[in-house]
Design a protein around this ligand. Structure first.
Ligand SMILES: [Zn+2]
Length: 358
């Protein structure tokens, strides 16, 4: 036995000896709209009200240069109603994306129920619809998984298109989450810590199958604008995401939770941002009351720093590797940080967006 036999991977926190320029990007170079945040429950039964103070969370984001945030609600019903109450004082700061209540899916009044829900949204001030991954990865109707291209769901895409509301879709998790969490899995540490994130045991769910459904959704609902969250669900294959972006003009992507993926492929990322600069939306997946990573995002997007941690607190979370900055040009940065968001949310009406942040 050598000394390595007793060493644990979880204790491995190497400190890089690389000496290259390192910048602190405390503020972004222009106003930022974070198109992917959560001010509500993370788990259905979470008492999230205790997690944060609305006023403080808003002040903290502003301090980081975020002038507005899209608040994506993942749970309908009581968590959604409670969230609206909780964020009432900062309504001016948030663009609310409403969740769909799927409880009548599979029953004959589903379509009517959806139209009723949209009627309710008309009375609220919402900016878009959020579809969370529980639809495709967890929910079962009549013992079968629900697929994005299921014709029963068409009514949702139609109603959203009729109102000009974008639909943010979280369709899948990283491909590694569909594989066995063994020593060859690049996300093994997270999957061992969070076994419910692993879908390898469910033969009815495959990453490829989810991607086929996602493509059909874009193809069959051309009038609906979709923001496919987490870089089109496939940040580790930007070539494929790029092909979809070219084929489907109704497809936008947000960058939420993709810092580690984008940062490990700086050349590929830089050309992707350059090429698709009009349909990429900055988003982080920030949860109010939890830590945030704006400075690391700004460092990635705005500097040429090399080999820095994407998650200093927890180096295995998001992948045990370091990242590289891509230093985007001013014009691309402005589009990604706020101009594309302003366009997709049709901002510009008085009081919604002053163009300069505040
Ligand atoms: Zn999210």
């Amino acid at each position: 036995m050598n000394n390595l036999d007793g060493a644990l991977l979880k204790d491995y926190r190497p400190v890089s000896e690389l000496v290259t320029p390192a910048h602190r990007a405390a503020k972004p170079s222009c106003p930022v709209i974070d198109m992917h945040t959560h001010f509500g429950a993370k788990y259905r039964n979470e008492f999230f009200e205790k997690r944060y103070s609305a006023k403080t969370a808003c002040a903290q984001l502003r301090q980081k240069g975020v002038c507005r945030a899209a608040d994506l609600s993942i749970f309908s019903g009581s968590p959604y109603d409670r969230k609206k109450k909780k964020t009432k004082r900062i309504d001016h700061f948030l663009y609310r994306f409403a969740p769909i209540d799927f409880s009548s899916l599979g029953k004959k009044d589903f379509e009517q129920d959806i139209r009723r829900q949209f009627g309710q949204f008309d009375r609220e001030q919402i900016f878009g619809i959020k579809i969370w991954k529980n639809l495709t990865l967890q929910m079962q109707v009549g013992g079968a998984h629900v697929f994005l291209a299921d014709p029963r769901l068409s009514v949702i895409w139609e109603e959203a298109a009729a109102r000009g509301w974008p639909v943010t879709v979280h369709a899948a998790d990283p491909p590694a989450f569909f594989k066995e969490p063994d020593g060859s899995n690049e996300r093994m540490e997270e999957l061992l810590a969070m076994p419910k994130w692993c879908y390898a045991q469910d033969p009815a769910l495959s990453f490829q199958g989810l991607m086929e459904q996602q493509e059909r959704l874009l193809q069959e609902n051309k009038k609906t604008v979709f923001i496919i969250a987490h870089m089109g669900s496939w940040p580790s294959n930007l070539r494929q995401v790029g092909r979809w972006m070219e084929q489907y003009p109704n497809m936008y992507v947000d960058t939420a939770a993709c810092l580690s993926e984008l940062g490990r492929q700086p050349y590929t990322s830089a050309s992707f941002f350059e090429k698709h600069q009009d349909r990429i939306l900055f988003g982080t997946d920030y949860f109010a009351g939890e830590g945030q990573c704006y400075e690391i995002w700004y460092r990635f997007l705005e500097t040429k720093d090399e080999y820095f941690p994407h998650n200093p607190q927890n180096p295995s979370w998001g992948g045990r590797w370091n990242i590289y900055g891509i230093q985007l040009g001013k014009e691309v940065l402005e589009k990604v940080y706020y101009k594309n968001a302003a366009k997709i949310l049709k901002l510009g009406r008085k009081g919604e967006w002053d163009g300069a942040g505040d």
